[in-house]
Design a protein around this ligand. Structure first.
Ligand SMILES: [Fe+2]
Ligand SMILES: [Fe+2]
Length: 311
């Protein structure tokens, strides 16, 4: 057919095709936000916009609660790694993780990851008030998400990431008091609802596992494995995963992935000897002994410029 048409017409139609394609892409990109709004759809492209560190709400989190920002990024990495394997949406999981604790911006110093030094504001208030402050980061988070017009899917994750779980530390502290018989367990639980989707449940587990492993004194693979399995088991037995579609097989896979990722994040580092001489002293010894010197631990350090170790 091309051979039967004049060359000029073929070129014209070819160019029209190219410009038509470009115009269609430009128009589609331009009207996409309006279509998203009209049909209440959040595309992965739109979601990725919320994951940019320069989003005003994320920038506020970094500035006002840097510890929570760091924790949220770790939770995002952890949860996203297992999202694909269990059929959850990795983009929703990552963005949801970044915002899950956004409500902590309101009172950052009541949360352990933002506390510097030995002072803890919870020491001066009752366990009941502490629980009220801790659990209010859900309500504050939902309000902030609505104020910044975040998509519904993210607001749901913020609201569900603790489900109706117990604030066990303050519940335990309250039951140790003299009037412990008046303590009602329900008063020390989050309002919920429990996670309704795989993505919200995955973030709940990643959040709890990251925090539990971070609190281990000297983490090693065995302790990390025991902690991750315990946290997942506790959430399951507490009924927090009853409303989502995660299976026991999924939970097993999530546990395996979390153990692998957390072990590489938190493994104990080799402790360096404290009596390593300072550089000036090392330099003096080097000049005195030639091109090599010995550390007090007895390990030889060779002068890299000489390219050979002395014995
Ligand atoms: Fe939280
Ligand atoms: Fe968290």
């Amino acid at each position: 057919v091309i051979e039967q048409l004049p060359l000029g017409q073929v070129l014209m139609q070819g160019l029209a095709g190219i410009f038509g394609g470009i115009a269609a892409a430009v128009i589609a990109t331009g009207i996409l936000p309006y279509l998203e709004h009209a049909f209440n759809i959040t595309t992965p492209m739109k979601l990725l916009d919320y994951a940019k560190p320069n989003h005003p709400l994320l920038a506020r989190l970094l500035l006002d609660a840097p510890g929570t920002y760091h924790h949220s990024v770790l939770v995002g990495n952890l949860a996203e790694t297992s999202a694909d394997v269990i059929g959850a949406d990795p983009v929703v999981v990552r963005v949801g993780s970044y915002y899950h604790d956004i409500g902590k911006i309101k009172r950052p110093y009541f949360f352990v990851e933002n506390q510097e030094g030995p002072e803890n504001p919870h020491d001066k208030i009752s366990p009941t008030l502490s629980t009220l402050i801790i659990t209010s980061h859900i309500k504050d988070g939902v309000e902030l998400c609505r104020e910044y017009r975040l998509p519904r899917i993210i607001v749901d994750i913020v609201q569900q990431h603790h489900g109706t779980s117990l604030v066990s530390y303050f519940y335990k502290r309250a039951t140790e008091n003299e009037h412990s018989e008046c303590i009602i367990e329900a008063d020390f639980r989050y309002d919920g609802p429990r996670p309704q989707t795989k993505e919200a449940a995955l973030i709940m587990l990643a959040d709890a596992c990251e925090a539990a492993v971070r609190s281990l004194g000297k983490p090693n693979v065995n302790r990390i494995e025991a902690t991750v399995r315990r946290v997942i088991r506790e959430r399951l037995h507490d009924g927090q995963l009853d409303d989502c579609s995660l299976t026991l097989r999924d939970l097993n896979i999530i546990g395996d992935v979390f153990i692998r990722v957390l072990s590489s994040m938190f493994h104990s580092r080799i402790e360096y000897p404290e009596d390593v001489p300072n550089l000036r002293e090392l330099e003096k010894r080097r000049v005195k002994n030639g091109n090599c010197y010995k550390l007090s631990s007895g390990r030889d350090i060779s002068d890299s410029s000489s390219g050979a170790a002395c014995n």
